[in-house]
Ligand binder design. Structure first.
Ligand code: NAD
Length: 481
């Protein structure tokens, strides 16, 4: 068993209470590491360290803070293979995905905000001939960054990088389900000689560590990514404390296929958008809304493509779909497939446990990519977040109805629309209730753009200037003439 430790003041630390929590490898269904079962005492130590580091770090010139972030990115890139294999082992994702997308993006997050903070522009307002106003954007103190299990290091660094770049110090909590690469990031910080206490990483349960970060009076800023119900719990604690909170929450994203879509090009991308990372990406399109005139052709092409996906050992380079992150999550996915049948759905592809050839995976947690038709777009299966390799396909009579169906859940994170009539696509995009709308593409992310959800998919935006603003306090200085 590998023993992971908290990272506080650049030192490894066990939980004050001494307890440990098992960490599982989903592909084999067995524990391989443990993390400290930390609680509010460990969070207090981390917050004290971050508070002590704040005056120095916030006064450090932006170019120097950027140099540290770039050194951390260098460290991740130097150990790309080790990071990718660890992420794949911990989360169940295919190692190829971690190597080509997620770990490089984690380094890119650090580099992006290292650059952004050095290219910030100021704001000035002349009040006739009476005064000139300028705006100071100052770091807010200790930021609490809490992240989920689906894209572990990618989302962890997406929060930490802008917080540090803008001069805040950080207490961060990775998911207890996938803590490994966050632990490795501590080593990277030490190698990069990040000043003591600037970034502190506390492992453990959300109900203990996450809750203690959120309720700590000396953590005025909370950046959270995770489930909608957890977001609601966090908001209820943070609101009366007047904390600044960013919540990136769940989704049930629609993929709209118009009658003029180029199916040859679109279908492979739509399959990827549905099943990448076993469907465990908040941006995955899990409801496909298709114009009825092409429903039959689309479904045939889609199902054929899905059948060609290889479910297998995440370690294998030819695996498309790896393991489901936990037994509990696998059971949730299975329960939704059972519910879909009760709700009148027909499983046209997948639906159960795949046959795996790798002997080491015989006790692992896997689920076939699953396609369900014949459901009402308003039923539970089609409106609740499953967050696994399960998609439903729904026919609509016109493009107005497609938008209505896309908007018919409580979520509003992302949507992709596929078609050729560009005017119509723009009109539809404007009417979709989602923070991100892709036209003829998916998951193409420019880090300068605002990222976040509408409705119950979140509050606030990350990315680019939005993140720089979130982690700073704007102060208007008005100079009379
Ligand atoms: P989760 O809400 O269970 O946990 C997320 C994090 O919050 C974990 O670190 C957890 O330990 C912590 N936590 C749990 N209870 C807490 C509490 N009371 N106070 C503070 N922290 C607490 O989510 P998950 O199961 O890890 O992740 C899956 C969810 O995340 C899905 O709903 C998915 O859609 C969402 N997600 C959203 C985005 C986005 O950008 N909108 C991105 C990725 C994942």
């Amino acid at each position: 068993m590998i023993r992971l430790a908290n990272f506080i003041s650049n030192q490894d630390a066990d939980a004050v209470g001494g307890g440990r929590i098992d960490v599982f490898e989903p592909a084999v269904g067995a524990a391989y590491a443990t993390i400290p079962d930390s609680d509010e005492r460990d969070v207090k130590r981390a917050v004290d360290a971050a508070k002590a580091a704040f005056p120095g770090w916030s006064q450090t010139p932006a170019a120097e803070r950027a140099r540290y972030l770039n050194a951390m990115a260098d460290g991740i890139e130097r150990r790309l293979t080790e990071f990718s294999e660890s992420e794949s082992r911990d989360q169940g994702k295919p190692v190829g995905l971690a190597t080509t997308l997620e770990i490089p993006r984690s380094a890119a997050n650090l580099r992006f905000f290292a650059g952004a903070v050095q290219h910030e522009r100021g704001e000035f307002y002349r009040t006739d001939d009476r005064a000139i106003n300028y705006v100071l954007r100052q770091p807010r103190g200790v930021a609490g960054c809490i992240s989920p299990w689906n894209l572990p290091l990618y989302l962890f660094t997406w929060k930490i990088a802008p917080a540090l770049a803008t001069g805040n110090t950080v207490v961060a909590k990775p998911s207890e389900v996938t803590p490994y690469t966050a632990w490795m990031l501590g080593e990277i910080c030490r190698e990069a000689k990040l000043p003591m206490g600037v970034l502190n990483i506390v492992h453990g349960l959300g109900s203990k560590v996450g809750a203690a970060i959120v309720s700590h009076p000396d953590v005025p800023t909370i950046s959270f990514t995770g489930g909608t119900s957890t977001g609601a719990a966090i908001a209820s604690v943070a609101a009366p404390m007047f904390k600044k909170v960013s919540l990136e929450l769940g989704g049930k994203n629609a993929t709209i296929v118009c009658d003029d879509a180029d199916l040859e090009k679109a279908v492979p991308l739509i399959v990827r958008s549905a099943f990448q990372n076993q469907g465990e990406i908040c941006l995955c399109g899990s409801r496909i809304v298709v114009h009825r005139s092409i429903m039959r052709e689309f479904t045939e092409r889609f199902v054929n493509e899905v059948r060609s996906l290889k479910v297998g050992d995440p370690k294998a380079t030819d695996t498309d779909i790896g393991a489901i992150v936990s037994r509990q999550h696998l059971e949730k996915i299975q329960s939704y497939v059972a519910l879909a049948k009760i709700e009148g759905g027909k499983v046209v592809c997948g639906g159960g446990a795949p046959h795996l050839t790798a002997p080491r995976c015989k006790n692992g947690w896997f689920h076939e990519p699953t396609v369900i038709v014949g459901l009402s777009p308003t039923c539970r299966t089609a409106t609740e977040e499953i967050f696994g390799p399960v998609v439903t396909i729904h026919g609509v009579d016109d493009h107005g109805e497609a938008v209505q169906v896309a908007n018919c859940t409580k979520y509003g994170l992302a949507c992709s629309i596929w078609g050729r009539d560009i005017e119509r696509l723009h009109r539809m995009a404007a009417k979709i209730d989602a923070g991100v709308v892709w036209i003829n593409t998916w998951m193409l992310r420019d880090l300068r753009t605002p990222f976040g959800g509408m409705k119950q998919s979140g509050v606030g935006r990350e990315g680019g200037d939005e993140a720089l603003r979130f982690f700073t306090e704007a102060k208007n200085v008005c100079v009379g003439w």
